[in-house]
Design a protein around this ligand. Sequence first.
Ligand code: ZN
Length: 236
Amino acid sequence: MKKLPFLLVIVFIIWSCREKVKESAAEQASQSEEVVQDSVIPEASKPLPSLDVVSDTTFIRLADFSEDFAYELRYATENNFLKTKVYDCAECYTRSKTAKALIAANNIFKEKGFRIRFFDCYRPNSVQYKMWEIFPNPQYVADPVKGSIHNKGGAVDITLETLDGIALNMGTDFDYFGREAHHDHLQLPDEVLRNRALLKEVMEAHGFWSIRTEWWHYNLGAATNDPVANFKWTCP
Ligand SMILES: [Zn+2]
């Protein structure tokens, strides 16, 4: 009977050693996961992957192919006209051909000391339904049955900022639905007209066309006949 406490101590020592082994195995596994994750993030010294090897209609994450853009993805926040977050997380995906045209346009902006800042990129069709449910007005939200060019991966909502991150004055905020946001509304300060003209000229020279009522919206002509998509990006 005297041996029982001694046996209990032995059992406890064996058990705690096993737990330690498990802990260190788990630690090693998480370290190796980190290594795998690190290896897919492009390092500054390594060249970014090329879009030339990707088919034109493939959806790509823009940040994987260029580090020269800025992002303020409003629908992943409550700071938008819906006052509701409709994306689980902020990501900017487009079809590969849209990305190529955006990178070329951004190179021209960079030469002038600016860069593109995104408000919205590809939008899954299911999110279009969500937006339509909140705001069923075809003047502001495209009917999800027909789909928006955002749902095709061919439309972007953008502005310009300096390379220090200061947004250019475009006269109104993004998603301001009034005359002041229209391209043909010219009763605006010269600076605003100049900024809008710069954005429009460079985008049009790279295959995009604008819509009359939204200074921030650009459609890639070559993507307008692509099918509506509902691919959803993963969030952490
Ligand atoms: Zn748009």
